[in-house]
Write a protein that binds this ligand. Structure first.
Ligand SMILES: *Cc1c(COP(=O)(O)O)cnc(C)c1O
Length: 470
Protein backbone atom coordinates (compact mmCIF):
# COMPACT_ATOMS: atom_id res chain seq x y z
CA UNK A 1 0.00 0.00 0.00
CA UNK A 2 1.21 3.47 -0.84
CA UNK A 3 1.44 5.17 2.51
CA UNK A 4 -0.22 8.29 1.11
CA UNK A 5 -3.36 6.16 0.80
CA UNK A 6 -3.51 5.44 4.52
CA UNK A 7 -6.13 8.10 5.13
CA UNK A 8 -8.38 6.75 2.39
CA UNK A 9 -8.23 3.18 3.65
CA UNK A 10 -8.65 4.05 7.27
CA UNK A 11 -11.77 6.03 6.33
CA UNK A 12 -12.99 3.04 4.37
CA UNK A 13 -12.36 0.79 7.40
CA UNK A 14 -14.23 3.23 9.67
CA UNK A 15 -17.18 3.30 7.28
CA UNK A 16 -17.18 -0.47 7.14
CA UNK A 17 -17.13 -0.62 10.98
CA UNK A 18 -20.05 1.79 11.29
CA UNK A 19 -22.07 -0.12 8.67
CA UNK A 20 -21.27 -3.37 10.43
CA UNK A 21 -22.59 -2.04 13.73
CA UNK A 22 -25.75 -0.65 12.14
CA UNK A 23 -26.66 -3.86 10.33
CA UNK A 24 -25.36 -6.42 12.78
CA UNK A 25 -28.81 -7.45 14.00
CA UNK A 26 -29.66 -8.67 10.48
CA UNK A 27 -26.86 -11.24 10.36
CA UNK A 28 -27.12 -14.76 11.77
CA UNK A 29 -25.46 -14.74 15.18
CA UNK A 30 -23.40 -17.89 14.91
CA UNK A 31 -21.24 -18.39 11.83
CA UNK A 32 -23.17 -20.54 9.38
CA UNK A 33 -20.09 -22.10 7.76
CA UNK A 34 -18.68 -25.61 7.84
CA UNK A 35 -15.10 -26.47 8.82
CA UNK A 36 -12.79 -25.75 5.88
CA UNK A 37 -15.20 -23.42 4.06
CA UNK A 38 -13.09 -20.35 4.77
CA UNK A 39 -9.66 -21.96 4.54
CA UNK A 40 -10.48 -23.02 0.98
CA UNK A 41 -10.94 -19.38 -0.02
CA UNK A 42 -7.49 -18.29 1.16
CA UNK A 43 -4.47 -18.62 -1.15
CA UNK A 44 -2.14 -21.47 -0.23
CA UNK A 45 1.01 -19.31 -0.29
CA UNK A 46 1.87 -15.65 0.38
CA UNK A 47 2.22 -13.34 -2.65
CA UNK A 48 5.70 -12.39 -3.83
CA UNK A 49 4.51 -9.00 -5.00
CA UNK A 50 2.34 -6.59 -3.05
CA UNK A 51 -1.34 -6.55 -4.00
CA UNK A 52 -3.60 -3.55 -4.22
CA UNK A 53 -5.69 -2.61 -1.23
CA UNK A 54 -8.90 -2.66 -3.24
CA UNK A 55 -8.45 -6.42 -3.79
CA UNK A 56 -7.38 -7.07 -0.22
CA UNK A 57 -10.26 -5.10 1.25
CA UNK A 58 -12.70 -6.72 -1.15
CA UNK A 59 -11.54 -10.18 -0.10
CA UNK A 60 -12.00 -9.21 3.52
CA UNK A 61 -15.59 -8.17 2.86
CA UNK A 62 -16.29 -11.25 0.78
CA UNK A 63 -14.69 -13.89 3.00
CA UNK A 64 -14.32 -12.88 6.61
CA UNK A 65 -17.55 -11.42 8.12
CA UNK A 66 -19.71 -14.31 6.86
CA UNK A 67 -17.27 -16.72 8.47
CA UNK A 68 -17.45 -15.10 11.88
CA UNK A 69 -19.70 -15.64 14.88
CA UNK A 70 -20.88 -12.16 15.83
CA UNK A 71 -20.13 -11.59 19.50
CA UNK A 72 -21.47 -8.02 19.40
CA UNK A 73 -24.79 -9.21 18.01
CA UNK A 74 -27.64 -8.06 20.27
CA UNK A 75 -28.92 -11.64 20.42
CA UNK A 76 -25.67 -13.33 21.38
CA UNK A 77 -26.67 -15.28 24.50
CA UNK A 78 -23.96 -17.96 24.41
CA UNK A 79 -20.81 -18.53 26.53
CA UNK A 80 -20.20 -15.17 28.21
CA UNK A 81 -20.34 -11.88 26.32
CA UNK A 82 -17.34 -10.27 24.66
CA UNK A 83 -18.12 -6.62 24.21
CA UNK A 84 -16.49 -3.87 22.19
CA UNK A 85 -18.24 -0.62 23.08
CA UNK A 86 -18.02 1.89 20.22
CA UNK A 87 -16.16 4.53 22.26
CA UNK A 88 -13.62 1.96 23.41
CA UNK A 89 -13.09 0.87 19.80
CA UNK A 90 -12.02 4.38 18.93
CA UNK A 91 -9.40 4.14 21.68
CA UNK A 92 -8.22 0.80 20.24
CA UNK A 93 -7.69 2.43 16.85
CA UNK A 94 -5.61 5.15 18.44
CA UNK A 95 -3.58 2.72 20.55
CA UNK A 96 -2.99 0.51 17.50
CA UNK A 97 -1.83 3.52 15.55
CA UNK A 98 0.75 4.41 18.18
CA UNK A 99 1.74 0.74 18.29
CA UNK A 100 3.61 1.10 21.56
CA UNK A 101 5.26 -1.72 23.43
CA UNK A 102 4.21 -0.94 26.99
CA UNK A 103 6.62 -3.15 28.92
CA UNK A 104 8.42 -0.50 31.00
CA UNK A 105 7.57 2.94 32.28
CA UNK A 106 10.29 4.29 30.00
CA UNK A 107 8.89 2.64 26.88
CA UNK A 108 5.44 4.11 27.48
CA UNK A 109 5.17 6.62 30.34
CA UNK A 110 1.63 7.74 29.49
CA UNK A 111 0.40 4.16 29.06
CA UNK A 112 1.93 3.13 32.38
CA UNK A 113 0.60 6.08 34.33
CA UNK A 114 -2.84 5.82 32.72
CA UNK A 115 -2.87 2.09 33.59
CA UNK A 116 -2.16 2.84 37.25
CA UNK A 117 -5.05 5.33 37.25
CA UNK A 118 -7.49 3.12 35.33
CA UNK A 119 -6.89 0.18 37.66
CA UNK A 120 -7.64 2.53 40.51
CA UNK A 121 -10.79 3.82 38.79
CA UNK A 122 -11.93 0.21 38.40
CA UNK A 123 -11.05 -0.54 42.02
CA UNK A 124 -13.30 2.29 43.12
CA UNK A 125 -16.00 1.28 40.64
CA UNK A 126 -16.11 -2.22 42.13
CA UNK A 127 -16.10 -0.95 45.72
CA UNK A 128 -12.76 -2.60 46.56
CA UNK A 129 -10.88 -1.02 49.45
CA UNK A 130 -7.86 1.21 49.01
CA UNK A 131 -4.66 -0.77 49.01
CA UNK A 132 -5.57 -2.98 46.07
CA UNK A 133 -3.61 -2.03 42.99
CA UNK A 134 -3.24 -3.83 39.73
CA UNK A 135 -2.54 -4.23 36.08
CA UNK A 136 -4.27 -5.20 32.85
CA UNK A 137 -3.36 -8.71 31.77
CA UNK A 138 -4.51 -10.07 28.41
CA UNK A 139 -6.97 -12.67 29.72
CA UNK A 140 -8.20 -14.21 32.95
CA UNK A 141 -6.22 -17.34 32.04
CA UNK A 142 -2.98 -15.35 32.14
CA UNK A 143 -4.03 -13.59 35.32
CA UNK A 144 -4.79 -16.88 37.03
CA UNK A 145 -1.45 -18.25 35.86
CA UNK A 146 0.27 -15.25 37.46
CA UNK A 147 -1.65 -15.91 40.68
CA UNK A 148 -0.78 -19.63 40.69
CA UNK A 149 2.89 -18.81 40.06
CA UNK A 150 2.72 -16.41 42.99
CA UNK A 151 1.17 -19.14 45.17
CA UNK A 152 4.02 -21.42 44.16
CA UNK A 153 6.86 -18.98 44.78
CA UNK A 154 5.43 -17.74 48.06
CA UNK A 155 5.00 -21.30 49.36
CA UNK A 156 8.51 -22.29 48.22
CA UNK A 157 10.01 -19.11 49.70
CA UNK A 158 10.96 -17.90 46.24
CA UNK A 159 13.11 -20.88 45.30
CA UNK A 160 10.92 -22.33 42.51
CA UNK A 161 12.09 -19.92 39.82
CA UNK A 162 15.75 -20.56 40.61
CA UNK A 163 15.91 -24.20 41.61
CA UNK A 164 12.92 -25.68 39.80
CA UNK A 165 10.45 -27.99 41.42
CA UNK A 166 12.44 -31.23 41.62
CA UNK A 167 13.13 -32.20 45.23
CA UNK A 168 10.66 -29.64 46.59
CA UNK A 169 7.59 -30.51 48.61
CA UNK A 170 4.52 -31.15 46.47
CA UNK A 171 2.29 -28.08 46.51
CA UNK A 172 -1.49 -28.21 46.67
CA UNK A 173 -4.05 -25.71 45.45
CA UNK A 174 -7.75 -25.89 46.31
CA UNK A 175 -10.75 -24.86 44.25
CA UNK A 176 -14.37 -25.83 43.93
CA UNK A 177 -15.67 -28.24 41.31
CA UNK A 178 -17.41 -25.27 39.67
CA UNK A 179 -14.21 -23.42 38.74
CA UNK A 180 -13.03 -22.73 35.22
CA UNK A 181 -10.61 -24.92 33.28
CA UNK A 182 -8.11 -22.04 33.25
CA UNK A 183 -7.25 -22.96 36.86
CA UNK A 184 -6.36 -26.50 35.76
CA UNK A 185 -4.29 -25.15 32.92
CA UNK A 186 -2.44 -22.77 35.23
CA UNK A 187 -1.52 -25.80 37.35
CA UNK A 188 -0.12 -27.53 34.26
CA UNK A 189 1.86 -24.54 33.10
CA UNK A 190 3.17 -23.67 36.58
CA UNK A 191 4.52 -27.22 36.81
CA UNK A 192 2.35 -28.07 39.81
CA UNK A 193 0.35 -30.76 38.05
CA UNK A 194 -3.33 -31.26 37.53
CA UNK A 195 -3.52 -33.86 40.32
CA UNK A 196 -2.44 -31.25 42.86
CA UNK A 197 -5.44 -29.08 42.15
CA UNK A 198 -7.84 -30.40 44.73
CA UNK A 199 -11.42 -29.97 43.51
CA UNK A 200 -13.73 -29.60 46.48
CA UNK A 201 -17.35 -30.75 45.97
CA UNK A 202 -20.16 -28.18 45.95
CA UNK A 203 -23.07 -27.79 48.31
CA UNK A 204 -26.58 -27.56 46.93
CA UNK A 205 -26.17 -23.81 46.36
CA UNK A 206 -23.11 -24.27 44.15
CA UNK A 207 -20.55 -23.20 46.76
CA UNK A 208 -17.42 -25.08 47.79
CA UNK A 209 -18.13 -27.21 50.87
CA UNK A 210 -15.94 -25.69 53.56
CA UNK A 211 -16.04 -28.74 55.84
CA UNK A 212 -14.54 -30.75 52.98
CA UNK A 213 -12.05 -27.99 52.18
CA UNK A 214 -10.84 -28.02 55.78
CA UNK A 215 -10.61 -31.82 55.77
CA UNK A 216 -8.64 -31.82 52.53
CA UNK A 217 -6.12 -29.24 53.80
CA UNK A 218 -5.62 -31.07 57.10
CA UNK A 219 -5.23 -34.44 55.40
CA UNK A 220 -2.75 -32.96 52.90
CA UNK A 221 -0.60 -31.46 55.65
CA UNK A 222 -0.56 -34.81 57.43
CA UNK A 223 0.42 -36.55 54.21
CA UNK A 224 3.39 -34.21 53.74
CA UNK A 225 2.00 -31.95 51.02
CA UNK A 226 2.44 -28.19 51.17
CA UNK A 227 -0.90 -26.35 50.82
CA UNK A 228 -0.12 -23.19 48.83
CA UNK A 229 -3.22 -21.54 47.46
CA UNK A 230 -6.95 -21.29 47.19
CA UNK A 231 -9.01 -20.22 44.18
CA UNK A 232 -12.41 -18.78 45.03
CA UNK A 233 -15.08 -18.87 42.35
CA UNK A 234 -17.56 -16.02 41.83
CA UNK A 235 -19.92 -16.72 38.91
CA UNK A 236 -18.60 -19.97 37.44
CA UNK A 237 -18.84 -20.47 33.72
CA UNK A 238 -21.25 -23.37 33.56
CA UNK A 239 -24.20 -22.16 35.66
CA UNK A 240 -22.69 -19.38 37.80
CA UNK A 241 -21.42 -21.44 40.76
CA UNK A 242 -20.32 -19.06 43.50
CA UNK A 243 -18.45 -19.76 46.71
CA UNK A 244 -19.20 -18.21 50.07
CA UNK A 245 -16.41 -15.69 49.57
CA UNK A 246 -16.17 -14.38 53.15
CA UNK A 247 -16.11 -17.78 54.83
CA UNK A 248 -13.85 -19.35 52.21
CA UNK A 249 -11.34 -16.49 52.39
CA UNK A 250 -11.40 -16.65 56.20
CA UNK A 251 -10.51 -20.33 56.07
CA UNK A 252 -7.82 -19.65 53.48
CA UNK A 253 -6.29 -16.94 55.65
CA UNK A 254 -6.31 -19.18 58.72
CA UNK A 255 -4.44 -21.81 56.70
CA UNK A 256 -2.02 -19.20 55.32
CA UNK A 257 -2.98 -19.86 51.70
CA UNK A 258 -2.56 -17.31 48.92
CA UNK A 259 -6.13 -16.52 47.84
CA UNK A 260 -7.12 -15.77 44.25
CA UNK A 261 -10.72 -14.83 43.39
CA UNK A 262 -11.91 -15.68 39.86
CA UNK A 263 -14.76 -13.33 39.00
CA UNK A 264 -13.85 -13.15 35.31
CA UNK A 265 -17.44 -12.69 34.16
CA UNK A 266 -19.38 -11.64 37.29
CA UNK A 267 -16.85 -9.01 38.34
CA UNK A 268 -18.25 -6.43 35.91
CA UNK A 269 -21.60 -6.53 37.71
CA UNK A 270 -19.88 -5.47 40.93
CA UNK A 271 -20.05 -1.87 39.69
CA UNK A 272 -23.67 -2.12 40.91
CA UNK A 273 -23.61 -1.96 44.72
CA UNK A 274 -26.73 -4.12 45.02
CA UNK A 275 -24.95 -7.12 43.43
CA UNK A 276 -21.90 -6.99 45.69
CA UNK A 277 -23.38 -9.45 48.18
CA UNK A 278 -22.29 -12.05 45.61
CA UNK A 279 -18.64 -11.51 46.58
CA UNK A 280 -19.00 -10.19 50.09
CA UNK A 281 -15.67 -10.62 51.90
CA UNK A 282 -13.61 -10.25 48.71
CA UNK A 283 -11.33 -7.72 50.42
CA UNK A 284 -9.73 -10.68 52.22
CA UNK A 285 -8.35 -12.00 48.93
CA UNK A 286 -4.75 -11.54 47.82
CA UNK A 287 -5.54 -11.47 44.12
CA UNK A 288 -8.73 -10.84 42.13
CA UNK A 289 -9.44 -11.12 38.44
CA UNK A 290 -12.31 -9.80 36.36
CA UNK A 291 -12.54 -9.26 32.62
CA UNK A 292 -13.72 -5.83 31.44
CA UNK A 293 -13.57 -7.49 28.00
CA UNK A 294 -16.48 -9.71 28.95
CA UNK A 295 -19.38 -7.72 30.26
CA UNK A 296 -18.17 -4.14 30.69
CA UNK A 297 -17.52 -3.09 27.10
CA UNK A 298 -13.73 -3.12 26.76
CA UNK A 299 -12.67 -4.88 23.56
CA UNK A 300 -10.57 -8.07 23.85
CA UNK A 301 -8.03 -8.30 25.53
CA UNK A 302 -8.58 -6.64 28.86
CA UNK A 303 -8.40 -8.54 32.11
CA UNK A 304 -8.13 -6.54 35.33
CA UNK A 305 -5.83 -8.12 37.91
CA UNK A 306 -5.96 -6.64 41.41
CA UNK A 307 -3.47 -7.57 44.10
CA UNK A 308 -3.25 -6.62 47.74
CA UNK A 309 0.55 -6.84 47.87
CA UNK A 310 2.12 -6.12 44.49
CA UNK A 311 5.54 -6.96 45.97
CA UNK A 312 4.57 -10.65 46.14
CA UNK A 313 3.53 -10.72 42.48
CA UNK A 314 6.53 -8.69 41.34
CA UNK A 315 8.93 -10.83 43.33
CA UNK A 316 7.53 -13.82 41.44
CA UNK A 317 7.61 -12.33 37.96
CA UNK A 318 10.24 -9.57 37.74
CA UNK A 319 13.35 -10.39 35.79
CA UNK A 320 15.82 -7.69 34.89
CA UNK A 321 18.60 -8.43 32.49
CA UNK A 322 20.81 -5.41 31.89
CA UNK A 323 19.06 -4.47 28.64
CA UNK A 324 15.75 -4.01 30.49
CA UNK A 325 17.09 -1.87 33.33
CA UNK A 326 16.10 1.76 33.51
CA UNK A 327 19.08 3.27 35.28
CA UNK A 328 18.41 6.31 37.40
CA UNK A 329 14.67 5.61 37.45
CA UNK A 330 14.39 2.91 40.10
CA UNK A 331 11.10 2.70 41.93
CA UNK A 332 9.00 3.22 38.82
CA UNK A 333 6.24 0.82 37.86
CA UNK A 334 7.28 -1.49 35.03
CA UNK A 335 4.19 -3.50 34.27
CA UNK A 336 6.06 -6.30 32.49
CA UNK A 337 7.20 -7.25 36.00
CA UNK A 338 3.56 -7.96 36.88
CA UNK A 339 2.92 -10.40 34.05
CA UNK A 340 4.34 -13.44 32.25
CA UNK A 341 4.94 -11.81 28.88
CA UNK A 342 7.37 -8.98 28.40
CA UNK A 343 5.68 -7.16 25.52
CA UNK A 344 2.38 -5.53 26.38
CA UNK A 345 -0.30 -3.68 24.49
CA UNK A 346 -1.59 -0.27 25.54
CA UNK A 347 -4.78 -1.52 27.21
CA UNK A 348 -5.57 1.35 29.57
CA UNK A 349 -6.62 3.71 26.78
CA UNK A 350 -9.78 1.77 25.94
CA UNK A 351 -10.76 1.65 29.60
CA UNK A 352 -10.30 5.40 29.91
CA UNK A 353 -12.52 6.08 26.87
CA UNK A 354 -15.05 3.49 28.01
CA UNK A 355 -15.51 4.77 31.55
CA UNK A 356 -15.67 8.38 30.44
CA UNK A 357 -17.97 7.93 27.45
CA UNK A 358 -20.64 5.91 29.25
CA UNK A 359 -19.97 6.79 32.89
CA UNK A 360 -20.42 4.29 35.69
CA UNK A 361 -24.12 5.08 35.75
CA UNK A 362 -24.47 4.26 32.05
CA UNK A 363 -22.65 0.96 32.49
CA UNK A 364 -24.69 0.12 35.59
CA UNK A 365 -27.91 0.67 33.67
CA UNK A 366 -26.72 -1.72 30.97
CA UNK A 367 -25.85 -4.43 33.48
CA UNK A 368 -29.03 -3.95 35.49
CA UNK A 369 -31.06 -4.28 32.30
CA UNK A 370 -29.27 -7.46 31.29
CA UNK A 371 -29.90 -8.97 34.72
CA UNK A 372 -33.56 -7.94 34.87
CA UNK A 373 -34.31 -9.02 31.29
CA UNK A 374 -32.64 -12.43 31.72
CA UNK A 375 -34.47 -13.03 34.95
CA UNK A 376 -37.76 -12.17 33.21
CA UNK A 377 -36.98 -14.66 30.48
CA UNK A 378 -36.16 -17.29 33.11
CA UNK A 379 -39.56 -16.84 34.76
CA UNK A 380 -41.32 -16.80 31.39
CA UNK A 381 -39.74 -20.13 30.40
CA UNK A 382 -40.39 -21.52 33.87
CA UNK A 383 -44.06 -20.64 33.39
CA UNK A 384 -44.34 -22.77 30.25
CA UNK A 385 -45.48 -26.32 30.86
CA UNK A 386 -42.91 -27.87 28.55
CA UNK A 387 -39.80 -26.04 29.84
CA UNK A 388 -38.02 -26.31 33.18
CA UNK A 389 -35.38 -24.14 34.81
CA UNK A 390 -32.38 -26.29 35.69
CA UNK A 391 -30.49 -23.61 37.61
CA UNK A 392 -31.66 -20.35 39.14
CA UNK A 393 -30.33 -17.11 37.67
CA UNK A 394 -26.98 -15.86 38.94
CA UNK A 395 -27.01 -12.26 37.69
CA UNK A 396 -27.87 -12.69 34.00
CA UNK A 397 -27.04 -16.41 33.70
CA UNK A 398 -29.48 -19.28 34.04
CA UNK A 399 -30.02 -22.70 32.50
CA UNK A 400 -33.11 -24.51 31.33
CA UNK A 401 -34.24 -27.47 29.33
CA UNK A 402 -37.06 -28.57 27.16
CA UNK A 403 -39.01 -31.38 28.82
CA UNK A 404 -42.41 -31.75 27.16
CA UNK A 405 -44.87 -33.65 29.39
CA UNK A 406 -45.33 -37.23 28.30
CA UNK A 407 -42.03 -37.32 26.38
CA UNK A 408 -40.46 -40.68 27.11
CA UNK A 409 -37.36 -40.44 24.88
CA UNK A 410 -33.87 -39.24 25.70
CA UNK A 411 -34.19 -35.69 27.10
CA UNK A 412 -30.44 -35.09 26.84
CA UNK A 413 -30.47 -35.89 23.14
CA UNK A 414 -33.58 -33.77 22.65
CA UNK A 415 -31.89 -30.74 24.24
CA UNK A 416 -28.67 -31.22 22.28
CA UNK A 417 -30.78 -31.34 19.16
CA UNK A 418 -32.67 -28.22 20.25
CA UNK A 419 -29.59 -26.10 20.85
CA UNK A 420 -28.19 -27.06 17.44
CA UNK A 421 -31.49 -26.31 15.72
CA UNK A 422 -31.65 -22.91 17.42
CA UNK A 423 -28.11 -22.02 16.36
CA UNK A 424 -28.66 -23.20 12.80
CA UNK A 425 -31.68 -20.92 12.67
CA UNK A 426 -29.42 -17.93 13.38
CA UNK A 427 -31.79 -15.52 15.15
CA UNK A 428 -30.21 -16.18 18.54
CA UNK A 429 -27.15 -18.04 19.81
CA UNK A 430 -27.10 -20.30 22.88
CA UNK A 431 -24.64 -22.86 24.26
CA UNK A 432 -25.15 -26.00 26.31
CA UNK A 433 -23.63 -27.43 29.46
CA UNK A 434 -23.99 -30.43 31.75
CA UNK A 435 -25.57 -29.62 35.08
CA UNK A 436 -26.44 -32.21 37.75
CA UNK A 437 -25.73 -34.87 35.17
CA UNK A 438 -28.25 -33.41 32.72
CA UNK A 439 -27.75 -31.80 29.33
CA UNK A 440 -29.08 -28.27 29.76
CA UNK A 441 -29.08 -25.02 27.78
CA UNK A 442 -27.41 -21.89 29.14
CA UNK A 443 -28.73 -18.41 28.64
CA UNK A 444 -26.83 -15.25 29.46
CA UNK A 445 -27.60 -11.73 28.31
CA UNK A 446 -24.67 -9.33 28.05
CA UNK A 447 -24.32 -7.71 24.62
CA UNK A 448 -23.57 -4.00 24.85
CA UNK A 449 -26.21 -3.04 22.28
CA UNK A 450 -28.91 -5.47 23.38
CA UNK A 451 -32.47 -4.24 23.95
CA UNK A 452 -35.45 -5.64 25.79
CA UNK A 453 -37.11 -6.61 22.50
CA UNK A 454 -34.25 -9.06 21.91
CA UNK A 455 -35.51 -11.08 24.89
CA UNK A 456 -38.93 -11.37 23.26
CA UNK A 457 -37.27 -12.68 20.11
CA UNK A 458 -35.29 -15.14 22.26
CA UNK A 459 -38.43 -16.42 23.98
CA UNK A 460 -40.36 -16.77 20.72
CA UNK A 461 -37.46 -18.46 18.93
CA UNK A 462 -36.82 -20.96 21.73
CA UNK A 463 -40.51 -21.92 22.03
CA UNK A 464 -41.12 -22.06 18.29
CA UNK A 465 -38.11 -24.23 17.49
CA UNK A 466 -38.55 -26.53 20.50
CA UNK A 467 -42.17 -27.21 19.66
CA UNK A 468 -41.41 -27.84 16.02
CA UNK A 469 -38.86 -30.58 16.84
CA UNK A 470 -40.07 -34.02 16.06
C1 LIG B 1 -14.19 -16.55 30.89
C2 LIG B 1 -13.70 -17.07 32.17
C3 LIG B 1 -12.36 -17.40 32.35
C4 LIG B 1 -11.34 -17.34 31.23
O1 LIG B 1 -11.22 -16.07 30.74
P1 LIG B 1 -10.18 -15.70 29.57
O2 LIG B 1 -10.04 -14.22 29.72
O3 LIG B 1 -10.82 -16.10 28.30
O4 LIG B 1 -8.93 -16.43 29.83
C5 LIG B 1 -11.95 -17.81 33.59
N1 LIG B 1 -12.83 -17.91 34.61
C6 LIG B 1 -14.14 -17.63 34.47
C7 LIG B 1 -15.06 -17.76 35.64
C8 LIG B 1 -14.61 -17.21 33.24
O5 LIG B 1 -15.91 -16.90 33.09
Amino acid sequence: MDKRDFRKWSHRASDWSADYQETLGQRPVRAQVKPGDIGRLIDAAPPEIGQDMETIFGDFERIIPGGMTHWQHPRFFAYFPSNAAPAALIAEQLANTIGAQCMLWQTSPAATELEVKMMDWLRQALGLPEGFSGTFQDTASSTTLCAVLTMRERALEWTGNTKGLAGQKTLRVYASKGTHSSIDKAMWVAGLGQDNLVHIPLDDKGAMRLDLLQEAITADRQAGYLPAGLVVCVGGTSVGATDDVAATCALGRKEDLYIHVDAAWAGSAMICPEFRTLWQGVEMADSIVFNPHKWLGAPMECSAHFVREPETLVRTLAIQPEYLKTHGKEGLVNFSEWSVQLGRRFRALKVWFLLRAYGLEGLRTMIRNHVAWSQNLASQLDGEEDFELTSQPVLSLFSFRYAPPGFDGDLDALNRHLVNAINDDGRIYLTQTIHDGKQVIRFTAGAFEMEEADITIAFDTICEIARSLK
